[in-house]
Design a protein around this ligand. Sequence first.
Ligand SMILES: Cc1cc2nc3c(=O)[nH]c(=O)nc-3n(C[C@H](O)[C@H](O)[C@H](O)COP(=O)(O)OP(=O)(O)OC[C@H]3O[C@@H](n4cnc5c(N)ncnc54)[C@H](O)[C@@H]3O)c2cc1C
Length: 293
Amino acid sequence: MARFSTFKVGGPAEAVLVAESQDELVMLVQWLHKNKIHSYVIGKGSNILVPDTGLKGAVIVLGNKFASLEIEPNDDQETKKSTTLVNAGAACLLNKLVKYSTENNLSGLEFAAGIPGSVGGAIVMNAGAWGGEMSDAIHSVTFMDPEGIIMSPGKEQLQFAYRKWGGSKKSIVLSGVFSLTKGEKNKISATCKKYQKARKIKQPLGIPSAGSFFKNPQSLPAGKLIEDAGLKGFSIGGAMVSPVHANFIVNTGKATADDVFAVMQEVQDKVLHSSGIMLEPEVHILGEEGCQA
Ligand SMILES: Cc1cc2nc3c(=O)[nH]c(=O)nc-3n(C[C@H](O)[C@H](O)[C@H](O)COP(=O)(O)OP(=O)(O)OC[C@H]3O[C@@H](n4cnc5c(N)ncnc54)[C@H](O)[C@@H]3O)c2cc1C
């Protein structure tokens, strides 16, 4: 799975299956469910950690047919004038959605400029930055349950919270509709560029990682707690606490998933000792969570 993960670590899955159409996906999901085979759906792998022992069962990847991007009619008389709805397929790159919105003078997703990954992954993670998160812009989400049934609840039914959505772990997000406000292309573009520039300064971008490894506790950012525990640059094998941003665990070249787990554990222990706070991974560890049958 190393090649399906931006961390570039992880052992083999029993099968990686690319669903090329919704019909194919329905058949696949129903077959896996009937045969009680575990499965995982992944997006672009920018927030996952796969153990070196690999994954039992199948990994599902959504193919190009799930990467559509289009403006859809807004029938709501109250919001029609000010709001435009954009429908994005789960496999569409989040940055492509941000670019498309900018080109169409639509504001609301600037915060997401530079966040790697797919629209589906960003919805499930409720990805966010600079005070914004996906749920701010989401209007509704279409997903498939393990029996192949498709539904499209509105945002209020989905109980988004910090870095998570309320949908079942067994659901596969197919697309999302985003409610964006009309704005000026130049202003939207300038905000996106400002955020992208700040990322380049604050984050170790040229080196494999899964972004911020731990969730920020309410009291202090995880990066500050890790830095205060003296762990910047701490490494085990090929995994290291980034000297640029302490909440990034990076793969310096030859890391194994075990190296990453060992660094994770050491960081949790040391931060617990120095601050009394137990850091919780933001990165999804497959094989533990996300397992579907
Ligand atoms: C350099 C870097 C910077 C980052 N910066 C940020 C940041 O600023 N803010 C932030 O929030 N995140 C950040 N991340 C983390 C990551 O980019 C986001 O969490 C992203 O939204 C994950 O999308 P993905 O497609 O890669 O999902 P994946 O990593 O493939 O999957 C993440 C989770 O979502 C599930 N999933 C994926 N697609 C679907 C689907 N279609 N249906 C159901 N479940 C699905 C997977 O099973 C897994 O549990 C960063 C990562 C990197 C490497």
